[in-house]
Design a protein around this ligand. Structure first.
Ligand code: HEM
Ligand code: HEM
Ligand SMILES: [Fe+2]
Length: 458
C-alpha cells in the first residue's frame, strides 16, 4: 500500500468475512427447511431466514465495495484519504445498522419486500451512512493532484447506487407501483450501476496484476460501460412482464435484456485478453485467478443463466421458481462475491506485508468454493426444472410439489458443504495474514523490478 489511510479497508474486509460466514449459516437453515427438517421454525421461520440470508449478502458486498473504494481511491488519486476518522465512524454505523436490521427480522420488524426488507426508519440511517462514505471519497478525489478513469468509474458507480436506493423508499398503496419502483433498485443495481463498480475494481486489479498499460485497460472499460447501460436500463423490462404494467414491456424487456449478456461476455473477454497480453505480471497469481474467475463466472451466472429465463415465453413459466434461485446464486457469486474476494486477495498482502501468494489454503479456497457453487447451481437448476413441469405445467398442488422436491435439497446441501469448506479456507487464510501494519507502506514485494534500460532497448 502507498498511503497509511488505506488501512481502514481492512476493517471493512474483516466485516465481509464475518457477515459472509453468517449468511452461509442461514442458507443451510433454508436448505434443511426445504428437506422438511424445519426444527428451528418457531424461532427462525423460512421468511426470516431468507431475508437474513439475502440482506447479509447485500451488506457484506457493500462493505466489500466500500473497503475496496477506501483502498483504491487514495492510490489512484495519489493522496491520503480525506478523513480516516470519518471512515471509522462510517464503518461503525454500517455495522450497527446491519446488526439492528438482522436482529429486527427475527422479531418480524421488516417490510416484506424482497431484498428491500429493511424497515423505513433504518433506511434513513443507511442514507446518512452512505452520504458520509461518498463525502469522504468525493473530497479525496476533489483535493487530489490527479484522478483516473478507473477512479471516476468506481465513484460514479457508487454515487449512482446511492441515488437508486431512493426510489425503493417511496411508499405506495398500489402493489404494481411498488413492484415497478422496487426494480429500479434491485435490477438497476445489479444490472446497471454495480457493474460500474465491478468495472472500476476489475480495471484496477488488471492494471496492478497483469502489468498491461493503463491506457489499454481503461479504453476497453469505456466500451463495456457503454454496452452495460445500452442494454441494462431498458432491460429492467424483463421484470415488468405480467405484473400489471403495459404490454409493450414484453417486447422492450425481452429485446434489451437479451442484449445484457454481451456486457458480461465483454468482461470475460476483457479479463482473459488482458491476462494473456501480460506485461510485468505481479507475483500474486491467486488474486489474478480470482479476478479472472469473476470475469468468467459473471458471464455464466448473470449472462448465460440470466438469458435462460429472460424471454417472456420462458419467464411466464419460470417466474419466482427455483430457476430464479439458480440464476440468483451464480450471478451474485460470479459478479459480486468473486469481485470482493478477488480484491481482498490482492489487497490483503499489501495491507499486512505478508506475501502468502502461493499458500495451499488459498488454492483450496479458490477451487472448492467455485466447484461447490457450480454444484449448488446445478442442484437448484434440476429442482427448478422439476418444479416448473410439476407445478406450473401439470398443475400439481404447490405443497405436493414442494414435498416432491425435498430430495433435490440433499444434493444442494452436499454441494453447499463443499462450498463452505472453500469459504472456511478463505477466512482462515484471511486471519493468517494478520493485521495491517505500517511496515507494509510503499512496499510491494510482488511487482517485479522494472527492466534495465539496456534490456528495454534490446
Ligand atoms: C450480476 C448480475 C445479475 C445478478 C446479481 C442477478 C441476480 C438476480 C436475482 C437475485 C434475481 C431475483 C430477484 C427478485 O426476484 O427479487 C434475478 C431475477 C432475474 N434475472 Fe438476474 N441477475 C443478474 C443479471 C441478469 C441478466 C444479465 C439477465 C438477463 C440476461 C437476468 C435475468 C433475470 C430475470 C429474467 C429475472 C426474473 C426472474 C423471475 O421472473 O423470477 N439477470 N436476478
Ligand atoms: C452454503 C451456502 C448456501 C446455501 C445452502 C444457500 C441456500 C439458499 C436457499 C435454500 C435459498 C432460498 C431459495 C428459496 O426461496 O426457496 C437461498 C436464496 C438465495 N441465496 Fe443462497 N445459499 C447459500 C449461499 C449463497 C451465496 C454464497 C450467495 C451469493 C453469492 C447466495 C445468494 C442467494 C440469493 C440471491 C437468494 C435469493 C434467490 C431468489 O431471489 O430466488 N446464497 N439460498
Ligand atoms: Fe433484472
Amino acid at each position: 500500500m502507498k498511503y497509511q489511510s488505506q488501512r481502514i479497508a481492512w476493517l471493512f474486509f474483516a466485516t465481509c468475512m464475518l457477515l459472509f460466514g453468517l449468511q452461509i449459516i442461514y442458507g443451510f437453515i433454508m436448505a434443511f427447511a426445504h428437506m422438511g427438517l424445519d426444527g428451528l421454525h418457531d424461532w427462525i421461520p423460512f421468511n426470516a431466514a431468507r431475508a437474513v440470508h439475502t440482506n447479509l449478502l447485500v451488506v457484506w458486498l457493500l462493505s466489500g465495495f466500500m473497503g475496496a473504494a477506501y483502498y483504491v481511491i487514495p492510490e489512484e488519486c495519489d493522496r491520503e484519504l480525506w478523513s480516516p476518522r470519518l471512515a471509522l465512524v462510517q464503518w461503525g454505523s454500517l455495522v450497527l445498522v446491519g446488526v439492528v436490521a438482522i436482529v429486527g427480522f427475527h422479531f418480524g420488524w421488516w417490510e416484506g419486500r424482497k431484498f428491500l426488507e429493511i424497515p423505513r426508519p433504518l433506511d434513513y440511517l443507511v442514507v446518512v451512512n452512505v452520504l458520509a462514505f461518498l463525502l469522504n471519497i468525493g473530497m479525496t478525489i476533489w483535493k487530489a493532484p490527479r484522478y483516473t478513469t478507473t477512479a471516476m468509474v468506481l465513484y460514479v458507480g457508487l454515487v449512482a447506487a446511492a441515488l437508486l436506493y431512493l426510489p425503493g423508499m417511496i411508499a405506495f398503496d398500489n402493489q404494481v407501483f411498488d413492484s415497478y419502483y422496487r426494480w429500479w433498485v434491485v435490477h438497476l443495481w445489479v444490472e446497471g450501476v454495480w457493474e460500474l463498480v465491478m468495472g472500476g475494481i476489475v480495471a484496477f486489479l488488471l492494471i496492478k496484476l497483469t502489468g498491461v498499460d493503463r491506457e489499454v485497460i481503461e479504453k476497453w472499460l469505456y466500451v463495456i460501460v457503454g454496452v452495460t447501460f445500452l442494454s441494462g436500463i431498458l432491460g429492467t423490462g424483463h421484470h415488468y412482464y405480467y405484473i400489471g404494467t403495459p404490454n409493450y414491456w414484453l417486447w422492450i424487456g425481452g429485446a434489451f435484456s437479451a442484449l445484457e449478456p454481451v456486457a458480461f461476455l465483454g468482461f470475460a473477454w476483457y479479463g482473459i485478453a488482458m491476462a494473456r497480453k501480460g506485461g510485468r505480471r505481479h507475483e500474486n497469481g491467486t488474486a489474478l485467478q480470482w479476478t479472472l474467475a469473476c470475469c468468467v463466472m459473471s458471464f455464466v451466472g448473470a449472462g448465460f443463466l440470466g438469458m435462460a429465463h429472460t424471454i417472456p415465453a420462458v419467464n411466464k413459466w419460470t417466474h419466482g421458481t427455483l430457476i430464479t434461485a439458480m440464476h440468483g446464486h451464480l450471478a451474485f457469486w460470479g459478479a459480486y462475491a468473486l469481485l470482493v474476494l478477488a480484491f481482498i486477495s490482492y489487497a490483503l498482502p499489501q495491507l499486512t506485508g505478508r506475501a502468502r501468494y502461493k499458500s495451499a489454503l488459498g488454492q483450496w479456497a479458490f477451487w472448492t468454493s467455485n466447484i461447490g457453487m457450480l454444484g449448488m447451481t446445478g442442484a437448484f437448476a434440476v429442482a427448478g426444472i422439476a418444479q416448473v413441469y410439476m407445478e406450473r405445467m401439470s398443475g400439481m398442488d404447490f405443497l405436493e410439489v414442494q414435498e416432491a422436491l425435498e430430495v433435490h435439497f440433499i444434493g444442494l446441501a452436499l454441494a453447499a458443504t463443499l462450498f463452505t469448506i472453500g469459504i472456511i479456507c478463505y477466512i482462515v487464510d484471511f486471519a493468517k495474514h494478520g493485521l495491517p501494519t505500517l511496515e507494509a507502506l510503499r512496499v510491494d514485494p510482488g511487482t517485479p523490478p522494472a527492466p534495465a534500460a539496456a534490456e528495454v532497448l534490446a
